[in-house]
Design a protein around this ligand. Sequence first.
Ligand code: CA
Length: 324
Amino acid sequence: MNRDRRRRNGPGGRETHVKARLPSAPNGRVPEPQGKRFLIGLIVAAWGLARPGAAEAAPVPPAMDAPSEAIPPADAVAARLEPARERLFAARENSLGMKFVPVPGTKAAFCVWETRNRDFRAFKADHDSGSFENQSLNGADQPVVNVSWDDAKAFCDWLTRTERQKGLIGKAQSYRLPTESEWGVAVGLNDARGGTSTNQGERITADYPWGREWPPPKGAGNYSGAESAWSSARMNGYRDHHAVTAPVGSYGPNRHGLFDLGGNVWEWCEDWYDSSQQFRALRGGSWGTTGPGDSMLSSGRGRGRPGERGSFGGFRVVLSSPSP
Ligand SMILES: [Ca+2]
């Protein structure tokens, strides 16, 4: 099956996970949930709107190690959930049932989820995300993995072509991967920098997708916790209930209404990772990512050659519009 291996580069411990060699990312962490019931209710309400299957009749497929109850989001809960709820109410749904929300500061609407197996199979019916240590990565609502940057771009191009033909999007609109700059805005790096946009590759310490706390609070996201099938590195004291990829939306949304920006799967971005243009950039870490280290930072970066596929790497789509 998958012959994963990981490579650490440099003092920050950048990790590269690969099936044949796909990079798996940096480190992350999340805030402790607050016990306030009204907040939990808000979370669940906002969340329920965006969970796959919430709008459709289709039930969420069984997770391998599903939590018995919703895992409350981390972070400054009150500060971000109300905006997230409003955004999710207004989310636009495309022909595949993927939900999109605009992200202020970008000209793109982001899919609130990582691309699911069900989405990718509308394009390539026989796609096999595989398994890891006998645990399936093929659930309909698990994020698609074993997809290269080239595969991700082909999906975007197909979806653009298909929806233009159906008149669902305009000629000036297109699906693509987020740029690293857009991804940084979506994960909150510009907020952390006081509104200053961030440069590609700039290392910003102590900012994680869930906030500034370390270690990751409960519900931070799907990383390599005590439960992880990725036995080479697990985070002591952290447990997130998913040994491999988790169904998208299993953890709380960020303030923009986006799920799983940190953890679950590394997300391919449009940009080259390096000036010599050998690698494409990945962001966000994965179910095989541990910390502390660069991989969990919001600014953390992974890399992979455009044709590489792995059990840790997937992608998120944005809809680019003249006026999103
Ligand atoms: Ca996990």
